[in-house]
Write a protein that binds this ligand. Structure first.
Ligand code: MG
Length: 220
């Protein structure tokens, strides 16, 4: 990819995460356009792989990426679950802790003047949020409740022509959980977003130009 310097490419290979290179490149390209018109925000930073793609694009425009994660791992990353990683478990606290890795990634990628880490649950960060956003990337918890909370808390802050990106969309239930696809369909049904071509499991929606920004979609 044209934007990657050698050390960034190596870093992307080393950083733990579940983002495919094509999906990452799409995040970068969309963020490069979007971040000219306002800050970007991601939910579910984990160890910072998507943060490198979106953050590098924001940096080119002197923009900002807000990056939200409680860094205690999602449901499927807890001990005994499918995606548990003992390397990301804080034995002293007896809890998962991805913040150390995330912080290291941001530093290595030279994104400390671009990325604003927000270490909390997404609905807490959203409670008094009023800043319009040019791009929201949802890649947080995969339960229906978590996905719906992320969608409901943030999609309404997206500016006209801004982007809503949702990771891990599987139209076939045999291939993966349905919560991200569920909120993807909700976003289309809201009438606020236009569907653009999906890149692997990355759903790409663009907000229509019309209408005010409703902060909380359930209160429309
Ligand atoms: Mg994901």
């Amino acid at each position: 990819m044209r934007f990657l310097r050698a050390h960034e490419e190596k870093l992307l290979n080393d950083v733990k995460g579940f983002l495919d290179v094509r999906e990452g490149k799409t995040l970068y390209e969309i963020a490069l356009e979007a971040s000219k018109r306002g800050p970007c925000l991601e939910i579910g930073s984990y160890c910072g792989k998507s943060t490198i793609y979106i953050g590098t694009a924001c940096r080119e425009n002197n923009g900002i990426l807000f990056s939200i994660d409680h860094h205690r791992g999602s449901e499927e990353q807890q001990p005994g679950e499918e995606y548990f990683d003992p390397e990301l478990f804080d034995n002293e606290a007896c809890r998962a802790d991805t913040f150390k890795e995330f912080r290291n990634t941001v530093e290595m990628a030279e994104l400390e003047d671009t990325v604003v880490p927000m270490v909390c649950r997404s609905e807490v960060a959203a409670r008094l949020w009023t800043t319009p956003l040019s791009l929201v990337f949802i890649d947080g918890g995969h339960s229906y409740e978590a996905a719906y909370t992320d969608y409901n808390s943030w999609a309404g802050h997206i500016i006209p022509h801004g982007y809503l990106l949702i990771h891990d969309i599987f139209k076939d239930p045999e291939k993966g959980g349905q919560a991200p696809y569920h909120i993807y369909k909700m976003a289309i049904a809201s009438g606020l977003f236009r569907e653009l071509p999906m890149i692997q499991t990355l759903g790409v929606l663009r907000r229509y130009a019309c209408g005010n920004i409703p902060y909380n979609l359930s209160k429309q």
